[in-house]
Write a protein that binds this ligand. Structure first.
Ligand code: GLC
Ligand code: CA
Length: 546
């Protein structure tokens, strides 16, 4: 069995991590050059987002060839070296398998387009008139989820960009092809896998209009998804490897199934409900202040229910699709350091496997792009136009992107205070915020009190204490909206985690008696705690052990 309950995982977005050859784009040799740094965080696995051959319309989530490396990022030798160098340092690589769709440049789709029946059945083609898509389903990146191919007189389904065609998992040949991809990378020494939007792979038998939504209810956690996953895992022999599924608009019941070891599907699941608490009416493109009460309730439900049903959560705030958490739920100005540390504590003491997304450990912020020409992401650019069409002014649309764009998480890793933040010698493919002058690895590494060194301590605490790895969880102070608090317990040991989500002092509804407790970590460097405790300072975070 792998050790996923004790592990912490570091996520890399290669394009923005480190550029080794001065073309302004991060690459595999760049990652290799930073392995000692990653190791210094104490993490066990590195998940890298895709670097396979791709036209990069969705930065590699549009795969043209699953077994070849995009020359922009390096060569197969580089990837083999990466796997080997990481392994020497005791870290395993997790590769990103984008199996819901391929790029339309993939050989399979190209053959399908030429009318080859075998390959047409690899995708989801439907007959129809050129002006009448088969259903009213919407692409997640805006617009219809169907594209018409005049030469075939058929529509194909794309839940994401028009250049990302959905695969037909009902076709056993497709499933075999994808198993080959897993076997190929397993052979190369990859230690685990992340499966992209994997709960969308099973489409319904009948395609019908969605009269109340965008179609997602028909294909999220679809009819055969569990069967397909079980088959994929069994036939490739990856049941003992670390695996995580990215679950889009999923449910707790399904996540229990995906991650309960008896089901032999995956080690754990990402879900995103907690990252929608600032979406107005569930709409990402309508700004709203975060609903902290809802956030707490979601964590309570997912944490306690997954424990009860023996499922396992991936726990995280950040990834390459999300804005930076300190800009979102923290306070990037006055309490930058305190709030970044507090948010880190919330996640790292939970029951689940924590993920750190590159730069999160530095307290990197949203970059604050001001003009549409600074954005690169297909989703952001599509929605900018959709927002303008819906009547928003240019300023309003840019304000929304400034908070919601996926590019907020894609600005280059800040290595030092130098010209291009030590990321590259040339102007990078996407802009770097000026705050790299003080938010960067070089400076934070030297500073005992930095966010970076705080993350290192959190990772280390999980290694040291079984109660953090596997203790049961109970939420505290649920009626106090600004307080995010819980207790972990195992074999008579207890860990109490107290966090203040606000910029105010908070009087706890109940006194915490610290006598007999040791303070494991705190972001105000409280030192030894004694007696009764009832006030939390702004964004304060305290972890107590008994
Ligand atoms: C996942 C990826 C995202 C990508 C999408 C389509 O959500 O994280 O970056 O655009 O899947 O592959
Ligand atoms: Ca490069």
């Amino acid at each position: 069995m792998n050790n996923f309950k004790q592990s912490t995982i570091y996520q890399i977005y290669p394009k923005s991590f480190c550029d080794s050859n001065g073309d302004g784009i991060g690459d595999i040799q760049g990652i290799i050059s930073k392995l000692d740094y990653i190791k210094s965080l104490g993490v066990d696995y590195i998940w890298s987002t895709p670097f396979f051959v791709s036209p990069l319309n969705d930065n590699g989530y549009d795969v043209e060839d699953y077994q070849k490396i995009n020359p922009l990022f390096g060569t197969m030798e580089d990837v083999e070296e990466l796997i080997a160098r990481a392994e020497e340092r005791g870290m395993g690589l997790m590769f990103d398998m984008v199996f819901n769709h391929t790029s339309t440049r993939h050989e399979w789709f190209q053959k399908a387009l030429s009318g080859d029946k075998k390959y047409m059945d690899y995708y989801i083609f439907k007959d129809g008139e050129p002006d009448m898509p088969p259903t009213n389903w919407q692409s997640k990146f805006g617009g219809s989820a169907w594209e018409y191919v005049p030469s075939l007189k058929k529509w194909y389904l794309h839940l994401f960009d028009v250049t990302q065609a959905d695969l037909n998992w009902n076709n056993p040949d497709v499933r075999e092809e994808l198993k080959e991809v897993i076997r190929f990378w397993k052979e190369k020494g990859v230690k685990g896998f992340r499966f992209d939007v994997v709960n969308l792979i099973s489409k319904p038998k009948i395609f019908e209009n969605d009269t109340i939504g965008d179609g997602r209810r028909f294909y999220s956690d679809g009819p055969h998804v569990h069967e397909f996953l079980k088959e994929l895992v069994a036939d490739t022999g990856i049941e003992d490897m670390i695996t995580v599924g990215e679950m889009s608009s999923t449910s707790l019941e399904h996540c229990v199934k995906y991650s309960n070891p008896d089901e032999k599907e995956l080690s754990m699941c990402f879900n995103f409900h907690h990252l929608k608490v600032d979406y107005k009416d569930g709409n990402k493109w309508e700004l709203m202040d975060p609903d902290y009460q809802r956030l707490k309730e979601l964590f309570e439900t997912w944490q306690t229910e997954m424990e009860k049903e023996n499922g396992w959560n991936a726990v995280f705030w950040c990834n390459h699709d999300q804005p930076r958490i300190v800009s979102r739920l923290g306070n990037e100005k006055k309490y930058w350091k305190e709030s970044a540390k507090m948010l880190a504590t919330c996640i790292h003491m939970l029951r689940g496997t924590p993920y750190i997304y590159q730069g999160e450990e530095l307290g990197m912020t949203n970059p604050g792009y001001k003009e549409i020409c600074e954005y690169r992401d297909v989703e952001s650019i599509n929605y900018y136009h959709i927002l303008l069409e819906s009547g928003k002014t240019k300023e309003e649309a840019l304000e929304i992107l400034g908070q919601r764009s996926r590019d907020n998480g894609r600005s280059p890793m800040q290595w030092n205070s130098g010209k291009y933040a030590g990321f590259s010698e040339k102007e990078p493919w996407i802009g770097i915020p000026v705050n790299h002058k003080y938010i960067n690895v070089e400076d934070e590494d030297k500073d005992e009190d930095s966010i970076l060194n705080y993350y290192r301590k959190l990772v280390d605490l999980r290694k040291q204490y079984k109660v953090i790895q596997d203790g049961s969880i109970e939420f505290l102070f649920q009626e106090q909206t600004e307080v995010f608090a819980y207790k972990r317990s195992l074999d008579g040991q207890e860990v109490i985690v107290l966090n203040n989500f606000s910029a105010r002092e908070i009087l706890l509804a109940e006194v915490i008696s610290c006598t007999g407790y040791e303070c494991l970590i705190s972001n105000y460097n409280r030192g030894k705690l004694e007696g009764d405790w009832k006030v939390l300072r702004p964004y304060e975070s305290i972890v107590l052990l008994k």
